[in-house]
Design a protein around this ligand. Structure first.
Ligand code: ZN
Length: 185
């Protein structure tokens, strides 16, 4: 990048990673000596989230990041780790067929990421009441099942009957999930 003051070439003094996979560079002009900082980040491609009802919404990474932040509130989780989860989901959405991810997939990816960081944040995101032992166990079982698909060497477990499949988007508490509709007679 050229100097904004005199348009001479600049040299990079220091490069550091910044949140969200960005790069922060301290620069110095080779002409006038002015120093300034630049940020370099990957430009986002448009992406969408498909809700359970079929509605398609623009993928909003800052909204997702805010949801992760709420789940990790007062938990020992580094903000950069939450940035990384949000960035991973955003990238997955951009690369998905039609640049679109199902809301359940978004939620699962967030849960996977949180499960590696902090159990409390994980459960908070899953919308589980900590006093509700069955729900905690079901949430844990869900994660174990997901993990066993990745780690083929581990024996697959059978699904617990109490596990509810495919709850809605992260920002909605699971209690609002619609009950299964009855089939046509
Ligand atoms: Zn200059």
């Amino acid at each position: 990048m050229d100097c904004p003051s005199c348009e001479a070439k600049t040299k990079v003094l220091e490069s550091r990673s910044a949140p969200g996979g960005a790069m922060r560079r301290r620069r110095e002009c080779t002409g006038c000596g002015e120093r300034f900082t630049t940020f370099e980040r990957r430009e986002r491609e448009p992406a969408w989230v498909r809700k359970r009802g079929g509605e398609r919404q623009p993928f909003d990474v800052s909204k997702l990041r805010a949801g992760l932040g709420r789940a990790a509130h007062k938990r020992p989780v580094a903000p950069a780790a939450l940035d990384a989860i949000a960035e991973r989901v955003a990238l997955a959405a951009e690369r998905a067929p039609g640049s679109e991810l199902g809301s359940e997939r978004v939620r699962d990816m967030c849960l996977e990421g949180l499960s590696e960081l902090d159990a409390g944040a994980y459960l908070q995101f899953a919308g589980v009441e900590l006093g509700d032992f069955d729900s905690v166990r079901a949430a844990m079982d869900r994660h174990e099942l997901r993990g066993s698909r990745k780690d083929r060497d581990r024996p697959a477990k059978t699904a617990a009957g109490s596990v509810r499949d495919g709850e809605d988007a992260p920002e909605l508490p699971p209690e609002t999930g619609s009950e299964p509709t009855r089939g046509e007679i």
